[in-house]
Design a protein around this ligand. Structure first.
Ligand code: HEC
Ligand code: HEC
Ligand code: HEC
Ligand code: HEC
Length: 198
């Protein structure tokens, strides 16, 4: 059987390609299902920081209100960076995001895109823009899983916050991330444009 399989692989007929795809699909599905049901935000975080620990992002997060606060509610990496929700569309988004982190992050890690902290710093602005773009496209849905205008006591907030939130609620023209970057890590600084030669 193995010999036959090898023969197939050398001269891939359509049947063989079909089989390879099917096996790949089944293996991928099983992996995903196991991953999906065994992963909670806490142990996902230990995986995330196995790569992201040395960078500023994790150290800064530990100083933020989303890590520790008076109320004892913690937002984990995946709460803000992996889509979640109850609809089928959300589920697909989550699947795609996991695939993306699973493939892109691991790929760049393996090829050594960021051998040290400095090279990461250089790329931070671009990476932050990716995150912001994703959140905008989803109308900050990740934030809204915990925060909700309806649940806000606007009169308990300071003037500028309650004014902005009232307006944002009515006009719906801005989403959370438009006004609130840097809530878990410092928003990286925009790199200066390369000096033009004279
Ligand atoms: C195997 C190492 C590794 C693991 C595990 C890992 N990452 Fe990454 N991550 C990277 C690398 C490398 C990049 C830079 C990718 C690039 O250059 O596009 C990155 C980029 C990112 C970005 C930047 C935004 C983007 O999409 O470009 C975010 C956010 C992120 N990772 C979050 C996470 C979260 C959350 C987890 C855990 C669920 C995680 N990562 C697990 C290595 C890893
Ligand atoms: C898992 C739940 C959770 C998620 C997800 C979450 N937050 Fe929060 N956030 C909190 C809690 C709890 C506090 C209150 C901390 C305190 O008591 O000071 C908070 C505080 C804040 C604050 C005020 C403190 C500060 O750091 O400035 C802002 C602004 C904020 N969140 C914005 C956001 C945005 C924007 C997102 C999405 C990118 C988000 N949050 C995602 C739970 C969450
Ligand atoms: C038009 C801008 C704007 C939008 C949109 C906006 N905020 Fe704010 N928000 C502010 C300002 C300004 C403050 C007060 C200063 C600060 O904490 O950054 C504030 C404060 C907060 C605080 C802290 C409140 C406190 O009393 O300490 C939280 C939490 C928060 N915003 C969450 C959100 C979430 C979640 C969304 C999206 C559903 C959102 N905001 C949308 C401008 C905005
Ligand atoms: C409360 C929501 C929240 C949590 C929790 C959170 N992040 Fe982020 N993260 C963001 C936002 C928003 C950005 C976009 C840039 C910004 O506003 O700072 C970002 C940006 C990033 C970036 C891009 C580079 C950069 O410096 O902006 C990486 C990598 C990243 N996060 C990884 C992580 C990891 C790893 C964890 C867990 C240890 C984590 N994040 C926890 C909201 C969060």
């Amino acid at each position: 059987m193995i010999a036959n399989l090898l023969k197939w692989l050398r001269t891939p007929s359509q049947k063989a390609i079909g089989l390879i795809l099917l096996v790949g699909f089944l293996a991928g599905s099983i992996f995903f299902i196991v991953f999906h049901f065994t992963m909670n935000a806490t142990n996902a975080m230990s995986i995330c920081i196995s790569c992201h620990e040395m960078e500023g992002v994790y150290q800064e997060y530990k100083e933020s209100k989303h890590y520790t606060n008076r109320m004892g509610v913690r937002a984990y990496c995946a709460d803000c960076h992996v889509p979640h929700g109850k609809t089928f569309g959300d589920w697909i988004d989550k699947f795609l995001a996991k695939l993306e982190i699973g493939s892109k992050d691991i790929y760049h890690h393996m090829i050594g895109t960021f051998p040290d902290k400095e090279s990461f710093e250089k790329k931070r602005w671009d990476l932050a823009q990716n995150v912001i773009k994703t959140l905008k496209e989803r109308d900050s849905k990740e934030c809204r899983a915990c925060h909700n205008y309806d649940a806000m006591q606007l009169d308990e907030q300071d003037k500028s916050a309650s004014k902005k939130h009232k307006k944002a609620m009515e006009s719906q023209d801005k989403t959370c991330i438009d006004c609130h970057t840097g809530v878990a890590h410092k928003m990286p600084e925009e790199p200066e444009a390369p000096a033009t030669q004279q």
